[in-house]
Write a protein that binds this ligand. Sequence first.
Ligand code: TRP
Length: 381
Amino acid sequence: MASPNNDENNNEMVVTPWEVKGKVDYERLIREFGTQPLTPELLAKLETYTNKLHLQIERRIFFSHRDVDTVLKLYEQGIKFVLYTGRGPSGPVHIGHLIPWIFTRHLQEKFKTRLYFQMTDDEKFLIDDQRTLADTQKWSYENALDLIAVGFKPEDTFIIYDSQDMDLLYDITLEVAKRITYSTARSTFGFQDSTNIGWVYWPAIQAAPCFIHKKLTGENVPALIPAAIDQDPYWRVTRDIAQKLGYYKPAQIHCRFLPGLGAGGKMSASMPETSIFTIDPPDVVKKKIWNAFTGGKGTAAEQRKLGADPTVCSIFQYYFFLFEESNEKLAERERKCRSGETLCGECKKDIAEKLNQFLEAHRERREKAKDTIEQYHVKRK
Ligand code: TRP
C-alpha cells in the first residue's frame, strides 16, 4: 500500500494511520503528538468508577490520553459520554485488534454508555489501489462478528458500515470538511499530488461519528475514543473544529501496539506469519508460536547457564498484554526466564494452549454473532 508520505527510509520510527514501522518510542510519541501521559491522579479518579483499574491501564498498555480528565469531570456533573472506535476492514482480525476492543467493552460496562463503532470499508477501498469495495464490505461483515464476539451489549452498540450508512454521516462530514483546509490536511496526513481525492476528503468521515450521538438523540455529550495511537492525526484535526460546530472536543485514550511474533514491529495483517488471527486453526497457531522470536539463547545448555531476555521476547509480550492477568505470576515467569530455569519451548507450549483456548471460545461467540449481528447495526435502532 502506498503511503502518502512516500517515506522509503530506514529503521526510523514512523507512526501514521497507514503505516507503523521501526521501534516505537511511546514517550516520544506523547511529546511529538502533544498528548498527555496517564497521571496517578487521573488513574485514581478512573479507579473510583471502575472499582479496580483494568489490566490494560495498570500495565500502561493504554498509556496516553487527551481530555479524559475533562470527560470524567463532566461525567461527575451528570454529562455522560459516548464511546467511539472503529476498524478498517482490510482482512481478518488479529489478537492485536482485540486489545483495545476488550478495554472498550470494559468502559462500556463500567460507565454504562453507548459505543459507536465505525467500519471503514470506504477508507480501506480508497487507500489501496488493488482493493475492490466488495472485498472491504465482505471484511466489514466478518470483522463485525469478531467485534460482537468480544461481548458488547447490543442495546448499547451501534455499528456504522460506512458504505451502507453514509446517509447518516453525510451532513456531519460536510460540516467538518468545510472547516478543514487542504493545507492543514496535507500537513497532518502528508498528502501528495498523486494522492486520490477520496483520500483527501476521508478524514471528515472518520471525524463524523464523534458527533453523531447528538443527531441521533438530541443529547450533546463528548465522545471518548479508545484506539491505538496511530489514529491520533484524525483526532487532532477533529478537535480543532469541534467547538466551532457546537460540539465537545472528542477525548482520546491511546494504546500501544501488540508486537508481532517476529523480531520487533507491531502485529500486522500484512505479515500473516507473525500475526495470530482469530480464525487461525489450532495447528496454525502452534506453528506460528513455534517459529516466534524470543529472547532465548542458541542452545538449551547456554540458556540454562545464562538465562534469556524477556524484554525482547514476543511471547512474553503475549502474557503481558493479555494472557497473564496475575502480576505475581507474570513476575515469576520473568524471573524464571532470566535465570534460565524456563526454556523458550515451555513458554511457547503454554502460550499456544492459552491462545487456542481463548480463540476457541472467541470463535464460538463469533459463530453466534451471525444471528445477532443485525441488532448492532446503527440503522436497526
Ligand atoms: N482508520 C481506522 C483504521 O484504519 C478505522 C477507524 C475509524 C477507527 N474510526 C475509528 C479506529 C475510530 C479507531 C477509532 O483502522
